[in-house]
Design a protein around this ligand. Structure first.
Ligand SMILES: N[C@@H](CCC(=O)N[C@@H](CS)C(=O)NCC(=O)O)C(=O)O
Length: 218
């Protein structure tokens, strides 16, 4: 069997898939790349992922180009811990699937965009800073998403109840990375702050965050 992930430690969805692979304890190969520099080459698009994005997972002759697809496929195929992603309790499964899908359609676009437009593009790639008006709009969208997460954590330890799931991990990686890079306090979100701390206690999350910091410093 051949199982391989193309991964950049700075990429939020890459860390979510790597989290799953590490939790499963399966044997796999990691190809560490640098987003943009490596993902935009013709070679990458031809041989790894035509969309030019990571994470990409190849399992034998199957190629997976979306992180949440990879997460579901890997946990179902290798029969991972049912608390991370239920396989038999379909109502609980739908709750976890909801957060994976919400992250893709609403959470990531709202939370990652300010990180990219206010942080990475001007600071790393030399683009001009967004105007005050643009910044305001970017941050407003982010706060709408954060307020929704805050509300959903009320009275709960994690997004779907008392267990850490892959839904938490996908959303956590976006919230954590934007907070870290833009040096935000999130002081208006006590539930999110407690949840960040709780999720951050997981040993795999700790190791992946360390790798993210190393990549940021390097
Ligand atoms: N919806 C995709 C998003 C993947 C994505 O946007 N990946 C970024 C890194 S976080 C990327 O590979 N960007 C490549 C580029 O901009 O060239 C997923 O969850 O897998």
């Amino acid at each position: 069997m051949s199982l391989k992930i193309w991964y950049d430690p700075f990429s939020q969805p890459c860390r979510a898939v790597k989290f799953v692979l590490n939790k499963l304890g399966v044997e796999y190969e990691t190809v560490e790349i640098a987003v943009v520099k490596d993902t935009r080459t013709e070679d990458f698009k031809k041989n790894v992922n035509p969309n030019g994005t990571v994470p990409t997972v190849h399992h034998d002759d199957l190629q997976i180009y979306e992180s949440s697809t990879a997460i579901r496929y890997l946990l179902d195929t290798f029969e991972g811990d049912e608390t991370l992603l239920p396989r038999t309790d379909l109502k609980q499964r739908a709750k976890v699937d909801y957060w994976l899908d919400w992250n893709n359609t609403i959470g990531r676009p709202a939370i990652e965009k300010p990180l990219k437009e206010i942080g990475i593009k001007p600071k790393v790639f030399g683009f001009p800073d967004p105007s005050e008006e643009e910044k305001k709009e970017l941050l407003e969208n982010m706060h709408t998403a954060l307020a929704y997460i805050e509300l959903n954590l009320e009275g709960k330890s994690y997004l779907t109840g008392e267990n850490l799931t892959v839904g938490d991990v996908q959303v956590y990686n976006e919230v954590f990375e934007t907070k870290t890079v833009l040096s935000l306090t999130y002081e208006e979100y006590p539930n999110i702050l407690a949840w960040l701390e709780r999720v951050g206690e997981d040993e795999e999350i700790k190791a992946l965050n360390e790798a993210m910091h190393k990549r940021l410093e390097g």
